[in-house]
Design a protein around this ligand. Structure first.
Ligand code: HEM
Ligand SMILES: *[C@@H]1O[C@H](CO)[C@@H](O)[C@H](O)[C@H]1NC(C)=O
Length: 331
């Protein structure tokens, strides 16, 4: 076979000045996610300091109260799963999402969002939605606790309709759920089993109340004896409903893959955590848990992709919805 002559480039090189102009224009080109209508440079000209403000505020808050990073991540989840990522969870409305059984006495971080919104309003009045703030704050919280980063997309608008607590009741998972219920809820939002397991890795940070793990502390068998004893100390049989236990006992304030290592040792705090690993080889989720426990890099990659996907759920864009000036108030 005759060889092709080497060295004669077949590729056209754009003249240097044209290349320069193209490079200069690059930041102004908008890369819009085809289906959601969101883009990562949405505020590039309208609020250039948005990402810097949020990053520095979140890193300050999280370094003085590491658990707040977990609470802020959860806020985005509870926003997106209930009627889409539209900041409806932030509204102070009678009968709203805050009153749902999943949120009452449980969801936190609203004051942090208010103060960040204030900083952002001071810099760019009336431009940035509360829903976009929640999405970015979630990413920066994960990063502040040592987790992976991903490019957050923007352009969400805030809901201007009354939220309902029953919608939140129905669209969020319970800590007593078994795998089939978890799979069916997450699949109703478009997530695979693997994405369910990756997103559950959020429980590598944060705390749960005794009332949510008491049954596991006293009545379950698939639990390490030392860990069970530890939970019984935190969570008495007949009192202490609001006492807190760590979702990842190995490293409660570090975003890493230790949550999965804990599951393989039967140290899951919630029933819904431990059922992802039964120790029974053929189980669909067991192998995914093992894989993440053995390889943090793969967990981080899958988690980032699943978060990006979650942050596109049911978003309002264009002329839909509104930009609230106070995240708690409709209009
Ligand atoms: C897979 C189904 C899930 C169930 C059943 C579940 C359930 C729970 C429960 C019961 C708590 C404790 C609440 C309390 O005691 O007040 C909790 C906390 C938490 N959840 Fe989940 N969750 C799930 C998925 C997720 C996802 C997908 C995320 C984030 C993307 C997430 C993030 C968190 C965080 C960070 C905390 C700790 C919050 C804090 O310390 O303030 N969870 N979850
Ligand atoms: C929030 O960020 C802004 C801009 O970087 C800064 O001026 C402000 O002090 C920060 N506030 C907190 C509480 O970190």
């Amino acid at each position: 076979m005759p060889k092709l002559p080497m060295g004669s480039s077949k590729y056209y090189m754009a003249p240097y000045p044209i290349l320069c102009v193209l490079l200069l224009l690059l930041p102004f080109t908008t890369i819009v996610h085809a289906q959601s209508g969101l883009s990562s440079n949405f505020y590039y000209t309208s609020c250039p300091n948005f990402e810097t403000i949020v990053e520095s505020n979140v890193s300050n808050v999280v370094s003085s109260d590491p658990r707040m990073g977990a609470s802020l991540l959860r806020l985005h989840f509870h926003d997106c799963f209930v009627g889409g990522c539209d900041a409806s969870v932030l509204l102070d409305v009678e009968g709203g999402e805050k009153e749902s059984v999943h949120n009452v006495n449980s969801l936190r971080g609203f004051g942090v969002i208010d103060s960040i919104k204030q900083e952002v309003e001071d810099a760019c009045p009336g431009v940035v939605s509360c829903a976009d703030i929640v999405a970015l704050v979630a990413r920066d919280s994960v990063v502040a606790l040592g987790g992976p980063s991903w490019d957050v997309e923007f352009g969400r608008r805030d809901s201007n309709t009354r939220p309902s607590s029953s919608e939140a009741d129905e669209n969020l998972p319970f800590g007593f759920n078994d795998v089939p219920d978890l799979i069916s809820l997450f699949s109703s939002k478009g997530f695979s089993v693997r994405e369910l397991v990756a997103l559950s890795g959020s429980h590598t940070i944060g705390q749960a109340r005794c009332v949510r793990f008491r049954n596991r502390a006293y009545n379950e068998e698939n639990i390490a004896p030392d860990f069970q004893e530890f939970l019984q100390e935190i969570c008495p049989r007949n009192s202490g409903d609001n006492n807190l236990g760590p979702l990842d006992v190995r490293s409660p304030t570090a975003f890493n893959n230790e949550y999965y290592v804990g599951l393989t040792n039967f140290e899951g705090l919630l029933h819904s955590d431990q059922v992802l690993f039964t120790g029974n080889n053929p189980s669909q989720t067991d192998n995914i848990v093992r894989r993440y426990a053995n390889n943090e890099r793969i967990f981080f990659k899958d988690f980032s992709a699943a978060m990006l996907k979650m942050s596109r759920l049911g978003v309002l864009t264009g002329d839909s919805g509104t930009i609230r000036s106070n995240c708690r108030v409709l209009g």
